[in-house]
Structure formats: C-alpha cells, structure tokens
Design a protein around this ligand. Structure first.
Ligand code: CAA
Length: 240
C-alpha cells in the first residue's frame, strides 16, 4: 500500500537513494532539503519526486513544512530522518558553533520531525520512523565529539520513542551506516580515509543503496514487529 513518506536531506547522497527506493516501493515520496537548490531541482527533474526546502534544525520550520506537505499530499505515515552535517575537528579546535550546529541539525532535527508527524501516526494507528544514526555514534570517532554525541543521541531517542509508539502501530528504528560512498565521506582527508577503509572487513566503502534497502525493510508492512532496533550496515567495521 502506498503511503506518504518524507525523507529529510533527501536530494543527495544516502537520502537520494532512500527516496528512489521508497518511490519504487509505491510510496508518494517528498524529499526535504536545506541548502542546494540546483541539486534539488535536478533531483526532482530526474526522479519526479517533489523537493521541499526547510531547515530540520528549525522547530517552527519543521512544523510548518510538514503541515504544508500534509495539506498537499495527505497524512505522513513514513518519516526518514536522514539529514545530517559534519563539523569535524579535534576538541581543542572545535568551536561551540561546530558543536551546536551538529546537535541542532542531526539530533534536534529528529525531535522536530517527530514532533510534527508522530501525533498523527499515533492517532491513525500506523507509522514508521527511521532515524539515520552512524557507526561513529556507536563507536566514537577521533575528531567528532559533536557528531558522535548527536548520533549516539539518535540511538537513545529511537529506543525511547519506540516504546511510546509500539501500542499505536508506530515503529521507530535506527540504521547505523558505516562509511558510505557519499560527498560527506569524500570530505575526509584521503590519507585518513585510506586508513579507515583498511579497517572495513568487507574491504570497501558502502553504497547509499545498501542503506536504502534497510530503510525499505524497516518501513514495510513486514517490519511491524521490529521496533527500537538499530540495524548496523557497515561492512563489518563495528560489530555491535
Ligand atoms: N586516532 C588517533 N590519532 C589520530 C586519529 C585517530 N583516528 N586521526 C588523526 N589522529 C592524529 C594524527 O595522527 C595527528 O597526530 P600527530 O600530529 O601526532 O601526527 C593528529 O591526530 C592530528 O591529525 P590531523 O593532522 O588529521 O589533524 P587535523 O586537525 O588536520 O584534522 C580531523 C583532524 C578533522 C579529525 C581529521 O583527522 C579528520 O577529518 N578525520 C576524519 C574524521 C572522520 O572520520 N569523519 C567522518 C566523516 S563521515 C561521517 O561522519 C559519516 C558517518 O556517519 C560514518
């Protein structure tokens, strides 16, 4: 059955792959994005998936953005909180803004999107929320106290909200990707990335589509008994 799905950060990278996969599953998909208008336009032209611009770190913008989507497309039954940023740096170089921006977008975005959509799912008795965490939220990562804290927070957020949603047919799960071949990972200095890839047992970076397949399962009717879980998709880099 086709549902209305919002994927945040949906026009690029992992989010783009998730949008395309959910569209192939028969859902009406709306891609949220925050910055790159040109890329969003090209994405919509190529896929037919509408893109809507708001900052997931902005609470009021999320409430208004989701209300506009619901008015145009109908009740939102699936939310994939994928939007995320990095501001990497070692502690002695990391500014408060680097910390705050990452917490605000990566973790705050999950709260804001859930606040806008979870009550409706709860009332209708069906919903799927998938939060994109990270291997670095599970294992930590040198130079990422902000990102690791936010992603780790996502895993706690997921388990708490899953307990609230369970009796209303709303599942809440996380996926913890490892290093995936995206612009975000391409920004890691090549010498550092080479050492990271050398530690991945499967011997390569992951592909965005490999995360999208996990989302497809967790958002499906068949995923109804899976809630509060974290699916690690990381090529064996961290077994948790
Ligand atoms: N463990 C121990 N020491 C490390 C280290 C590590 N993992 N990485 C770097 N260091 C050491 C270096 O060896 C160096 O030490 P020396 O001066 O004694 O040689 C020191 O730290 C400084 O390293 P850099 O020269 O790299 O310092 P920098 O300030 O230029 O950069 C950094 C620091 C920003 C953390 C950089 O190393 C970096 O970008 N690292 C990658 C961080 C990372 O993995 N980010 C993931 C982005 S992708 C993502 O987040 C998606 C996802 O979910 C997986």
């Amino acid at each position: 059955m086709g549902r209305v799905a919002i994927v945040t950060g949906g026009t690029r990278g992992i989010g783009e792959a998730i949008c395309k996969r959910l569209q192939r599953q028969g859902h009406t998909v709306i891609a949220n994005y925050a910055g790159n208008d040109d890329k969003a336009r090209a994405f919509t032209e190529a896929t037919g998936i509408p893109a809507r611009k708001w900052d997931v770190g902005d609470h009021e913008a999320c409430i208004a953005g989701c209300a506009a989507v619901e008015a145009e497309f109908g009740p939102v039954d699936i939310v994939v909180n994928n939007a995320g940023i990095t501001r990497d740096g070692t502690m002695h170089k990391m500014s408060f803004d680097d910390w705050n921006d990452v917490m605000r977008v990566n973790l705050g975005g999950c709260f804001n999107m859930a606040k806008a959509t979870f009550p409706g799912m709860r009332e209708r008795g069906w919903g799927r929320i998938v939060n994109i965490g990270s291997i670095n939220g599970q294992a930590g990562q040198y130079g990422q106290v902000n990102y690791a804290a936010a992603k780790s927070g996502i895993h706690g957020f997921t388990k708490a909200l899953a307990q609230e949603g369970a009796k209303f047919g709303v599942t809440v799960n996380a996926i913890a990707p490892g290093y995936i071949d995206t612009d975000m990972v391409a920004a890691v200095p090549p010498a550092v990335l080479e050492k990271i890839v050398a530690k991945i047992p499967v011997g390569r970076l992951g592909m965005a589509e490999e995360i999208a397949r996990g989302v497809a399962f967790l958002t499906s009717e068949n995923g109804g008994f899976v809630t509060g879980s974290t699916m690690s998709i990381n090529g064996g880099q961290h077994m948790y």
